[in-house]
Design a binder for this molecule. Structure first.
Ligand code: GLA
Length: 395
C-alpha cells in the first residue's frame, strides 16, 4: 500500500536516486525515504511569532536511498550536486566545502546527541524540489534524512520529534534561524489538504482543498539573495515590537498575543516601522483564521481575497516582496480564472502562489509565463501542484 502511494507520488525521482545508488555502491538500497517541499497558502512570517500558518506539501520531493555498512562512517552522495562526502558519526562537524551535506550531518548529529545510536551507511539523495526558490528544499532534506534513519535502524521517532529535530538541525547546525512551518508540513502534509498549524502550541488540523481549484506556483527565477539577512532583521524587529509593547504594560509574549485593537493602543509606544511590522503579523494571523473558515466552507473566492490582502501586507508593511514578485502577482490577477495571488515563503525572490480554477490552470500558467518574459525578460518556471502526503519510507 505505502509502496504504491510512494511510487505514484514520486516514481521518477525514486528511480533516479535508486539507480544512482546502484551505480555508486553496486547493490540495491535497503531503504528509501522521501519528504516533500511545500508551498505556503497563507500565514507568512507568522511562524516565528507563534502565529498561524496554512501550508500544503507539494508533489516535489527529496528522496534518500541507502543501506547500512559496518562501522561508523557515512558515505553520502548528492545526485543534484554531483558530489560526495564521507564523515564519521563519532565526530560530526559542519562542512563549509560541501554545504549540501550539512542537513544530513545536522540531523545525524542531533539524533546521536539524543541517544539514538546510528550505524555506518551508504546514502544517495536527490530530488526535484527547486533549490533556493522558497519551496523548502532544505526542510525536505532534513525531514527525509530523519525518516531515512528511522526506517533504516528501526528508530522510534514520532513525527513531531522529527519536525523539531529537523528544525534544530537547520537553526543550530546549518545556522539558519527559520521557524517551524517548513519542517512541519514536510513531515505531516496530507494529500489534497492544506495544514492549519498553530505554531504556538503545535496543534494542527488538515483542511481539505476543493478539487476544482489548483495551486499554481510560479518561480520568479530570482534567487532569494537578501532573504537570510533580511529575515533576521524582521525576526529582531518582531522581538523588539513585543518588548516595547510589554514595556508599555501589554500582556504579550509574542506578536501572536497581540490583537488588532491592541495595535491602536500601542501606536504611541512603537516607531512607525515597528508598528508596520507588527501590523503585518497581527493582520496575517487574522487572515489565516478567516482563510481556514473560508476553505472549510468551500468559499475559495473569499480565500483568494485574503491571499491578495496577504500580499499587500507583505509588500507594504513587512517589505519582503520584490519587483519581480509584485509583477508576477499583478499579472496573475489579470488572468481569467484566478482567485488569489501572493508571494510565498520568506520573500526577496523565490515564488508566488496562485489559486486558480482547475479548468483555467494551464492557460493561466502559459499566459503568466509569457507576460513575465515580455515585461522583464525573465523566464518563470510554473508548477501546477498537487497537495501531497508528508514524509514516507519503504524498505
Ligand atoms: C521561511 C522560513 C519559515 C517561515 C517563512 C516565512 O520559509 O523557513 O519558517 O518563517 O520563511 O513565512
Amino acid at each position: 500500500m505505502v509502496e504504491s502511494v510512494f511510487q505514484r507520488a514520486c516514481g521518477g525521482v525514486v528511480s533516479a536516486v535508486e539507480s544512482a545508488f546502484r551505480e555508486a555502491f553496486g547493490a540495491a538500497p535497503e531503504v528509501v525515504g522521501r519528504a516533500p517541499g511545500r508551498v505556503n497558502l497563507i500565514g507568512e512570517h507568522t511562524d516565528y511569532n507563534d502565529g498561524f500558518v496554512l501550508p500544503a506539501a507539494i508533489d516535489r520531493y527529496i528522496v534518500f536511498a541507502g543501506r547500512r555498512r559496518p562501522g561508523r562512517e557515512v558515505r553520502a552522495l548528492s545526485v543534484d550536486f554531483e558530489d560526495q562526502v564521507e564523515f564519521s558519526l563519532d565526530d560530526i562537524q559542519r562542512d563549509s566545502k560541501h554545504p549540501w551535506s550539512n542537513y544530513l550531518r545536522g540531523v545525524s548529529r542531533f539524533l546521536e546527541g539524543d541517544g539514538h545510536r546510528l550505524s555506518g551507511a551508504q546514502v544517495v539523495f536527490g530530488g526535484d524540489v527547486p533549490r533556493e526558490a522558497g519551496l523548502s528544499s532544505s526542510a525536505a532534506v532534513e525531514v527525509a534524512s530523519a525518516v531515512f534513519w528511522k526506517k533504516l535502524l528501526n528508530l522510534e521517532l514520532d513525527p513531531i520529534y522529527v519536525v523539531k529535530l529537523s528544525r534544530r538541525a537547520e537553526n543550530q547546525f546549518v545556522g539558519v534561524p527559520c521557524g517551524i512551518m517548513d519542517q512541519f508540513i514536510s513531515a505531516l502534509g496530507h494529500r489534497d489538504h492544506a495544514l492549519f498549524l498553530d505554531c504556538g502550541d503545535l496543534t494542527y488540523r488538515h483542511v481539505p482543498l476543493r478539487d476544482d481549484v489548483k495551486i499554481v506556483v510560479c518561480n520568479s527565477g530570482v534567487k532569494r539573495a537578501l532573504a537570510q539577512s533580511e529575515y533576521e532583521v524582521r525576526l529582531n524587529q518582531c522581538r523588539q515590537a513585543v518588548a516595547q509593547m510589554a514595556a508599555e504594560g501589554l500582556a504579550v509574549n509574542s506578536l501572536r498575543d497581540v490583537q488588532p485593537h491592541d495595535l491602536e493602543a500601542a501606536k504611541g509606544g512603537l516607531s512607525e516601522l515597528l508598528l508596520r511590522r507588527a501590523r503585518h503579523v497581527v493582520t496575517e494571523n487574522q487572515r489565516v483564521l478567516e482563510g481556514v473558515k473560508a476553505l472549510e466552507a468551500g468559499d475559495v473566492e473569499r480565500f483568494g481575497e485574503l491571499m491578495n490582502a496577504s500580499h499587500e501586507s507583505l509588500r507594504d508593511d513587512y517589505e519582503v516582496s520584490s519587483r519581480e514578485l509584485d509583477v508576477l502577482v499583478e499579472f496573475a490577477r489579470k488572468q481569467p480564472g484566478v482567485l488569489g495571488a501572493r508571494m510565498t515563503g520568506a520573500g526577496f525572490g523565490g515564488c508566488t502562489v496562485n489559486l486558480v480554477w482547475a479548468d483555467a490552470a494551464v492557460a493561466f500558467a502559459e499566459a503568466l509565463r509569457k507576460s513575465y518574459l515580455e515585461a522583464l525578460g525573465l523566464k518563470a518556471e510554473i508548477y501546477i501542484c498537487q497537495a501531497s502526503d508528508g514524509a514516507l519510507t519503504t524498505g
